[in-house]
Design a protein around this ligand. Sequence first.
Ligand code: T5A
Length: 205
Amino acid sequence: MTARFITFEGSEGAGKTTQLNTVKAFLESQGQTVVVTREPGGTPLAERIRDLLLDSANETMCDDTELLLMFAARAQHIAEVIQPALDRGDWVLSDRFTDASFAYQGGGRGLSAQRIAQLAEFVQGELQPQVTLLFDLPIEVGMERARARGCLDRFERSGTEFFERVRQAYLAQAQAEPMRIKVIDAAQDLDSVTAQVEALCQSLI
Ligand code: T5A
């Protein structure tokens, strides 16, 4: 079995984490070894960087610092978790990866895509997810779900316009790379979204 790297993307409250578990259950039912991880984070050091990034007290963080911290966490995550798992032949399911940097720091914050691509090349070289599930839904629906969970982090406090730019950047990526990025209609009820993901699972193996 070829090792597979699958990432889960979308704006806030899109249901990525919920559906990552659907894919994990499917792969394990097929006898596969699955490593579940997330970004920013996934290792003790990268989780500390995540805390800095999400802490709403860090409201003065400038956009370049945010971008560099995302890639610093990613470098650690690749070295410590993702690459070793792929080398072992395991599957890796990551709740977000570099597409999020293009969508949030590129689309949302307005940083240059070329600069982000340079960092991606520097940090990950040829490493790319083979499949990315993009959970797309109207911003208000996702924010309603996120709000229902409790207090909002530094990103979740951003305005609707920021998230609209994030959403459009994700959709543009999906249009540019239709073979890798599969768009899921995440506005539907849980059972319907799960059914869409289960249908895709069949094509993974
Ligand atoms: N970030 C990250 C960047 O800016 N750049 C980067 O490079 C990277 C890697 C943290 C933040 O970091 C930013 C983006 C983020 O703002 P995160 O931890 O993934 O990233 O944060 P969130 O996107 O905020 O994660 P959420 O947990 O809010 O969203 P999920 O995982 O998409 O949603 P999930 O599955 O937890 O579901 C949210 C709620 O909705 C319910 C669930 O039960 C849950 O309560 N739900 C549904 N309800 C109704 N219908 C459905 N279909 C539902 N699906 C789930």
